[in-house]
Design a protein around this ligand. Structure first.
Ligand code: GDP
Length: 479
């Protein structure tokens, strides 16, 4: 585990240090005036191949397993504040529930499904607003296939309307416009259309492919048309997935329930989730005890685009975390520990970078080194290999750009002894005992006398967390 982590962090460092040259055609394609055009293709859009004298090796395409079937689109509602995003989601959820089960008690899952009479269905993310969308995107979790842009017919295009358009364009996610509050006497859908066109949206009325539907969320009118428009958009995008492929699912919401413990809602992108599977979600792991739908009913499985609540995790993951299915508990523990280590190392680097930003700037000619603090550590472990691995993991926390570094002054085998304490005192080091027997009382007393900090751990990430906290305590500006 340690070796894997070390290799990974070494790789990360290398990657961070290397100056990457991006191909000229890298980045979002510019099309139209606002870059809002790739409507037909959505995320499936592939840039045309650029022929250069030396062709770069193309990675082999992922071999998909199982039969590809049409999957429901995952829809996010965005728009300006007070334009009716929440009301629209409420209306869609209510009509869906009424169809599913009269008087059914729903639970908030973070996503819900709407079944159409035709047998098709849609999945709506239940968190309106742009922060959730950007947060998920920032974490690389692109679950949204289509954005519903809600614009109030009595208010028109507003700053957050433009922001939503930009988010959708950046993510290359097509838009379907819902002009809301059309029940209001002062509503002016025509004006909204003109404003949107002026912003660069190619509405279908003027020959483009962005559909526009007039609705009233509170009066529940136009909802069927909106759902039809979303299905049509999904059809154009030809969204497909295989239920037999490796599981790829993304958490959209997670919470802790008093009775049931950690619960996470995930949307499956590929493959099928089933109770009994061992999963790793972010740095958390668990065994699926139960999968529940929006009505709180247990489900035997959850295939592509289906939102389900996962019961059985040991901790609460974060929105945007990916769900990985592994073979057994051992693998689940190992992978979650590995991820924890990577996250912890990232956290420490971030913290130290923040602290170094706060530290007084070095004046010209002043040695940069003088600003740098060094943390001396003496390592004792049960076996030589572990001692080396722990030393490397600790040194791996150092970084040339930040104000501290870890210096392992000695790495040995066996319990922490009197002579270790003496050496640590001489070097001003702290002592790290990993997987070793507890110290003899006399050694403990000697360490206390010499004010030597001794940390003993059996789990590497507890050790790194401990050392990390000590490093943070050394930060400029802290005592
Ligand atoms: P959000 O901030 O975009 O989520 O907007 P809300 O859904 O909270 O709606 C803001 C206000 O507009 C609330 O008072 C709603 O009752 C009202 N509202 C939303 N949709 C409609 C509609 O279709 N017609 C009318 N008349 N009022 C609406």
């Amino acid at each position: 585990l340690l070796k894997r982590w070390i290799t990974k962090s070494a790789f990360r460092k290398e990657a961070a240090g290397s100056t990457q040259t991006l191909p000229k055609n890298f980045g979002p394609r510019k099309s139209g005036t606002q870059g809002l055009k790739p409507q037909k293709h959505g995320r499936e859009l592939k840039p045309a191949p650029v022929l250069t004298p030396v062709q770069k090796p193309v990675p082999p395409p992922k071999v998909r397993r199982g039969v590809m079937k049409v999957r429901p689109p995952v829809v996010t509602v965005m728009g300006h504040v007070d334009h009716g995003k929440t009301s629209l989601l409420d209306a869609l959820r209510e009509t869906s529930l009424a169809a599913k089960e009269a008087g059914g008690i729903t639970q908030h899952l973070g996503a819900f499904e709407v079944d159409m009479k035709s047998g098709a269905s849609l999945t709506f993310l239940d968190t309106p607003g742009h922060a959730a969308f950007s947060q998920m995107r920032a974490r690389g979790a692109a679950v949204t296939d289509i954005v519903v842009l809600v614009v109030a017919a009595d208010d028109g295009v507003m700053p957050q309307t433009r922001e939503a358009m930009k988010h959708a364009a950046d993510a290359k996610v097509p838009i379907v416009v819902a002009i809301n509050k059309c029940d209001k006497p002062e509503s002016n859908p025509e004006k909204v259309r003109q404003q949107l066109a002026a912003e660069g949206l190619e509405l279908e009325d003027i020959g483009g492919d962005v559909q526009v539907v007039e609705i009233s969320a509170t009066k529940k009118t136009g909802l069927d048309q909106l759902e039809e428009a979303l299905l049509l958009q999904a059809e154009i995008m030809d969204l497909q997935a295989s239920a037999e492929d490796d599981v790829h699912a993304v958490v959209v919401e997670a919470r802790i329930d008093r009775g049931q413990g950690p619960l996470a809602t995930a949307i499956v992108r590929e493959g099928t989730l089933r109770p009994g599977q061992y999963i790793v979600v972010g740095a958390q792991w668990g065994r699926i005890r139960a999968l529940r739908n929006m009505l709180g009913r247990q489900m035997p499985s959850a295939g592509p685009s289906i939102p389900v609540e996962i019961d059985g995790l040991r901790g609460v993951p974060e929105a945007g975390d990916e769900v990985v299915v592994v073979a057994n508990e051992e693998q689940a523990r190992a992978l979650s520990e590995e991820r924890f280590l990577v996250m912890e190392a990232d956290r420490l680097r971030r913290l130290s970078r923040q602290n170094s930003a706060l530290a007084p700037e070095t004046t010209e000619g002043e040695e940069e080194k003088s600003e740098k603090k060094e943390m001396a550590v003496l390592v004792k472990a049960d076996v030589q290999g572990t001692a080396q691995a722990v030393s490397q993991a600790l040194q791996g926390l150092s970084s040339p750009q930040v104000w501290w570094s870890v210096n392992v002054v000695h790495a040995g085998v066996g319990p922490v002894s009197q002579s270790d304490v003496a050496l640590a005192e001489a070097c001003g080091a702290c002592v790290v005992g990993f997987n070793v027997r507890t110290m003899a009382g006399a050694v403990d007393a000697a360490a206390k006398r010499a004010k030597i900090k001794v940390c003993q751990h059996r789990i590497i990430y507890h050790l790194l967390e401990d050392i990390g906290n000590m490093i943070v305590g050394m930060a400029p500006g802290t005592k």
